[in-house]
Design a binder for this molecule. Structure first.
Ligand code: EPZ
Length: 445
């Protein structure tokens, strides 16, 4: 089964173009929401997309069958599985379990059509260099939220001894062998840290990553690699040390819960004056979000097995600044902005990670939000209710914010281009409907 990328699909196995009637995926769908329903009940959080992607890629570092549990069923996971298959790995999926065997790794190219649909494909650079000494990966272009260069990934690989060149839009990387070294990141980079951690595990000698990302997903990757026999210490701190080993063995890993999905449901309960219990989550992975939502007057209590979130009025205006972990995550900025639209005063939201991550503002304004943007700061004047409208998703987290806004808005909200949301949320409309939301996905014929 291939990821659906639109109306026409080239089926590699059948070597032919065919019209794919999108079933639950792609451009041909909308999500409709009738706002005003209080959310009540229990919701279970899926595995973390941003942990699953690097951990699935880490299977390239060894032969034998790696088994991954609690893998979310997402478009991005389908894309990475397709990429692993193209490289020669065998991939078997059974609902939320994925098995990968890269014993017959034969190719080292990540093609443009895959990388442009998902930039995290660049994560194969490190493992391919470590395993095969070669990699040819399309340079990811920019994306809706910013230029998102990968210069720090490439610089780190060069420091490890790789020769890097750029030809016809592709990164060509070669390395007879990789040698451990000291690497400093000018900017904290999540996938940069992950890429270089995976490049260094089979290098000769010791590598130190300074100013490394501290996200829970980075720690989850380090734990998975150590289960494979790597020797990584310091994950979760700004300095990670990797002692190179000769080979790695397959592992069996359970993916950590998705902290951004958890935060999204916390906001959903808060802005509908709901009362929900969130289970299969890891509250310690999103303390900044919990603190700021509590500051806005929302009750969030830890209960056995999860979190209880009780929305109430008034919602207080709160300022927030996105920062690398453990700061307030940029992936929760759009969702938090929706809550501030309903708050009783002015809030200042500063986006310090990406240069263009306010695209959702125009769509929220169409729903009546009063937001002014200046540079990387958005000033939200709350106190007004939102009204339903046809809106368009532009990136993954922006699309989540539009759905949240629809839950609180008076009337009907139509969110188009839902393929964005399917990249990072497993069956979001089913989970919200189970909590009492009036939400459904419709095919556009
Ligand atoms: C990861 O992206 C996440 N994606 C993003 O989640 C998340 O928003 C981001 O980290 C920040 O937390 C995955 O983990 C798959 P960065 P990543 O490298 O690694 C600059 C989502 O919605 N930078 O930490 O690509 C960069 O431009 C996605 O799930 C360089 O300048 O982000 C940005 O300003 C969206 N040079 C900043 O660093 C580089 O070589 C942080 O980017 C690398 C990054």
């Amino acid at each position: 089964m291939l990821p659906v990328n639109g109306r026409l699909q080239f089926d590699l196995s059948r070597g032919e173009l065919y019209r794919h009637r999108a079933k639950g995926k792609g451009y041909m769908e909308k999500i409709l929401i009738e706002g005003g329903r209080r959310l009540e009940g229990t919701v279970a959080i899926s595995g973390a997309k941003n942990a699953a992607l690097p951990i699935l890629v880490s299977a390239l570092l060894t032969d034998g069958w790696n088994t991954y549990q609690n893998v979310p069923e997402l478009r991005d996971v389908m894309t990475i599985n397709k990429l692993l298959t193209e490289l020669g790995a065998r991939v078997e999926t059974e609902k939320n379990t994925v098995r990968v065997n890269a014993g017959a790794l034969s190719r080292y190219e990540a093609p443009y059509e895959l990388v442009r649909t998902m930039r995290a494909s660049v994560l194969v650079l490190g493992p391919l260099l470590a395993r095969l000494g070669r990699a040819r990966v399309s340079l990811p272009g920019g994306c809706a939220i910013g230029a998102r260069p990968i210069n720090l990934h490439l610089r780190g690989l060069e420091l490890l001894g790789a020769e890097i060149s750029l030809n016809h839009g592709y990164i060509e990387a070669k390395a007879k062998s990789l040698k451990g070294t000291d690497i400093y990141f000018d900017i904290v980079t999540v996938t940069g840290t992950e890429n270089l951690m995976m490049a260094a595990v089979l290098a000769e000698g010791t590598t130190t990553l300074r100013n490394a990302a501290r996200e829970p997903e980075v720690c989850a990757l380090a734990e998975a690699l150590n289960q494979m026999g790597a020797q990584i210490s310091g994950a979760g701190t700004p300095m990670i040390t990797i002692r190179g080993v000769d080979t790695l063995r397959p592992a069996s890993v359970t993916i950590i819960p998705d902290r951004i999905e958890t935060g999204t449901f916390i906001i959903a309960s808060a802005l509908t004056q709901g009362n929900i219990k969130i289970v299969s989550c890891e509250p310690s992975h999103l303390t900044a979000v919990i603190h700021k939502v509590r500051e806005a007057g929302v009750t969030i209590e830890e209960e056995p097995g999860g979190l209880r979130v009780i929305g109430g009025e008034p919602i207080c205006s709160v300022d927030v600044k996105t920062l690398p972990y453990p700061g307030f995550p940029t992936d929760m900025q759009a969702q938090f902005m929706v809550l501030m639209c309903l708050a009783s005063g002015l809030s200042v939201i500063s986006e310090t990670i990406f240069e263009n991550r306010f695209i959702h503002v125009c769509e929220l304004q169409r729903m009546g939000a009063n937001i002014k943007v200046s540079g990387n700061t958005a000033i939200v004047s709350g106190g007004k209710s939102l009204t339903g409208a046809p809106v368009m998703a532009t990136d993954l987290r922006a699309s989540a914010s539009l759905i949240l806004a629809g839950l609180a808005a008076k009337g009907t909200t139509e969110v188009s281009r839902v393929y964005h949301i399917d990249r990072g949320y497993e069956a979001i409309e089913k989970k919200l409907a189970q909590l009492g939301a009036n939400i459904r996905r419709v095919q556009i014929t």
